[in-house]
Design a protein around this ligand. Structure first.
Ligand code: BG6
Length: 476
């Protein structure tokens, strides 16, 4: 859907996120014909630079990060860019910036900077007359580091902007397959009647990465996997899997339902959490070297068992795990159904379970494990086979070029659609659940356990499920 011309200001426009994600995403939208004539993208940062310098800078970023390489009219895209030298905490640049913006069109300010600057930036936008009703602000994670700091950020922003103007990004919500979770659940009659503790034994959510924390050691040492991944990305996946059907696909209806899930989460017992740290491996530094702290107690891996105390889910545990330097880069959600109540084929047929796996990345698709008869004359032997669908194959070649999450999310900001953004109360509720878990280990519940690069995390994470008579799916 085409959008009207807009002004987008990327504060922190020379930073890593701008180079890697925001600008390549805008370029790809441009190539897809979605950036209207007259739209303006202004980079703003402390570095002294002029428009031409910024165009060169962005050109280099596109060479490195825009995949596939893009389209023929790259020069026209670069012409849409401008640059203002801006002091986030001082006065320099603010009136220049104001003078560049057009009246009467959507203007969005992307705060691609640390949370300490959110409040000061919001205040300056207002002081310089840029906080009117057409203004939207986009803020990146981390949105605070606990409930108190998240509340303080919400309060700061609320002084200058209404909730309807604030777009809190969780880029997982922009992933195509994450949106597909809602399509699968609420666009089919097949799954929803079974989507409860009567039929679902448990749910597993895995976000495994092969990368380490190289280059982000300083941030990561203070965050750890719980704050970096669980409080936001895994929590959002859990919400979309567990929420009640919203009455319609509209921002508040969806976010109300997600919030109810977070509020229904039980506190997690210390015994139900396993933390890990990756070791050095064949010359590659380990976690402690990456964060520059030989005694670091920050986790690069976490597995935990969560419970949702509501009518639908009481009795069905949700097992979550995520980590760096694991065996493979794979993110999936597995809904493991219960055993049939009675086997008419006798004990030799064995117990079989249906498992619905939603593959978020790579190889996006869904796979439903069903039980059929093993071919041959040897009696009624059962075997599990996959009903496997890769979206790209099912939908044809166009679907192979999956848009990056940021493409979708930035255009949603321009369109004014907040469905895929976190509301303030949602973020706070997520921290309210996370804080006591973190307090559990900072109060001495033990250091993270070491694990090898290329493994599935510490063995204790396997034990977390084994003791419940269950097993993680393989990471591969
Ligand atoms: C980010 C985290 O939010 O998400 C990173 O800060 C992590 O640590 C990344 O690597 C994972 O995102 P994706 O899109 O590669 O799964």
């Amino acid at each position: 859907i085409p959008v009207d011309p807009f002004d987008l200001v990327v504060i922190g426009g020379t930073g890593d996120l701008a180079r890697r994600k925001i600008l390549p995403a805008l370029y790809r939208r441009f190539c897809a014909g979605q950036m209207p004539e007259g739209a303006q993208v202004i980079g703003a940062a402390r570095t002294e630079m002029d428009d031409a310098g910024y165009r060169d800078f962005v050109g280099a970023a596109l060479d490195e990060y825009a995949q596939p390489a893009g389209c023929a009219e790259r020069a026209r895209f670069l012409d849409m860019l401008g640059y203002v030298t801006l002091d986030a905490l001082g006065d320099q640049g603010w009136s220049d910036l104001a003078a560049r913006l057009d009246e009467g069109r959507v203007r969005a300010f992307y705060f691609s900077v640390g949370p300490a600057l959110f409040g000061p930036l919001a205040e300056r936008l207002q002081r310089h007359g840029m906080a009117g009703a057409d203004t939207r602000i986009v803020v990146e994670k981390p949105f605070g580091r606990d409930l108190a700091s998240a509340r303080a950020l919400n309060t700061d922003l609320a002084r200058y902007f209404t909730e309807g103007q604030i777009y809190r990004i969780d880029h997982y919500l922009g992933k195509e397959t994450v949106q597909n979770l809602m399509a699968i659940r609420f666009g089919n009659m097949l799954f929803e009647p079974l989507w409860n503790s009567q039929y679902v034994d448990h749910i597993q959510i895995t976000v495994a990465e092969t990368i380490g924390v190289d280059g982000r050691g300083e941030y990561y040492e203070r965050a750890g996997a719980m704050r970096d991944m669980v409080q936001n990305h895994l929590m959002q996946l859990l919400c979309l899997i567990a929420m009640e059907p919203p009455a319609k696909f509209d921002p508040d209806a969806v976010r109300d339902e997600k919030l109810k899930v977070i509020r229904a989460l039980d506190p997690v017992k210390p015994d139900d959490v396993v933390r890990g740290q990756y070791l050095a491996d064949g010359g590659r530094p380990g976690f402690r070297e990456h964060v520059g702290n030989a005694e670091s107690t920050t986790e690069s891996f976490i597995a935990l068992k969560a419970r949702i105390s509501n009518w639908r889910w009481a009795g069905t545990p949700f097992y979550l795990r995520t980590g760096k330097r694991l065996r493979a880069r794979t993110s999936e959600i597995a809904v493991v159904f219960k055993d049939t109540p009675h086997s008419i084929f006798g004990p030799e047929a064995g117990q079989h379970r249906n498992i619905l796996t939603i593959r978020l990345q790579p190889n996006e698709g869904i796979d439903l494990g069903v039980t059929i008869k093993e071919p041959g004359p040897g009696g009624m032997r059962l075997v599990d086979v996959p009903l496997d669908m890769t979206f790209a194959q099912a939908l044809g070649p166009e679907a192979e070029d999956v848009p990056d999450a940021y493409e979708r999310l930035i255009m949603d900001v321009i369109r004014g659609n907040q469905t895929l953004f976190m509301r303030g109360d949602e973020v706070e509720a997520a921290w309210a659940w996370t804080d006591p878990i973190i307090a559990g280990w900072t109060e001495g519940a033990g250091a993270p356990l070491p694990y090898d690069t290329g493994s599935a995390g510490p063995d204790e994470a396997l034990a977390l499920m084994h003791r419940d008579g269950r097993a993680w799916r393989e990471i591969r």
